[in-house]
Design a protein around this ligand. Structure first.
Ligand SMILES: N[C@@H](CCC(=O)N[C@@H](CS)C(=O)NCC(=O)O)C(=O)O
Ligand SMILES: [Zn+2]
Ligand SMILES: [Zn+2]
Length: 187
């Protein structure tokens, strides 16, 4: 296998701890890192192959999860954060110096409004929920991955126990569709 899905997937998944109650995330700066404190465990942790989610160098996938926004506080060096793309649904806050994304926030009306997107690999604390599935797998082709090898990527995910999807998982897509159907008065 000449590709890396992500360092926290390549050698199998480490399960989270029940009752884990949060910790700190830090960017990659060796001095004055941006620090985010999470007051609880994350949910819906997953691999994302889309082009917008932050990935460590050399990885095909991002590992991204959500947490209620009232459980997230920037606790050091907030002045180093800038929004990557103000037009995106998710406003991703990145460190100006090292490029790492500390959190993503939804400001517009959206089924996931109120949840922030975070990367628990930025934490040295142990016990975070483990990845549950792989999303936006085909999106890695848009970023240059050889389409003839995409089955190797899907097989690698299967071998570590993760289902693969080309959008989000069915329960999350159902939650989005329920929100949209209600808003349209169809439900
Ligand atoms: N194929 C596209 C998919 C982008 C996409 O839809 N990403 C999802 C998963 S993170 C999303 O919800 N994006 C909203 C946003 O980025 O604001 C890409 O790779 O750029
Ligand atoms: Zn940084
Ligand atoms: Zn993504």
């Amino acid at each position: 296998m000449a590709f890396s899905l992500h360092p926290s997937l390549d050698n199998g998944i480490t399960k989270g701890s029940p009752g884990f109650s949060g910790g700190k995330l830090r960017c990659h700066c060796s001095s004055s890192p941006v620090e985010v404190t999470l007051a609880g465990n994350v949910a819906h942790n997953h691999a994302c192959g889309c082009s917008k989610c932050w990935k460590p160098k050399g990885a095909l996938f991002s590992i991204v999860a959500v947490i209620p926004k009232d459980q997230l506080k920037v606790t050091a060096n907030e002045s180093k954060l800038q929004i990557v793309d103000k037009t995106a649904a998710i406003q991703r806050y990145a460190c100006k110096d090292c490029g790492v994304h500390l959190y993503g926030r939804i400001e517009n009306e959206h089924p996931f409004k109120g949840l922030d997107f975070v990367h628990v690999e930025l934490s040295s604390d142990k016990g975070w929920q483990e990845p549950q599935f792989a999303a936006f797998v085909s999106s890695i082709i848009e970023q240059g991955f050889n389409p003839e090898r995409i089955d190797e990527v899907r097989s690698k995910f299967k071998s570590i126990g993760l289902e693969t999807y080309d959008s989000l998982s069915p329960p999350l897509m159902d939650a989005i569709a329920t929100w949209t159907g209600k808003r349209a008065g169809k439900l």
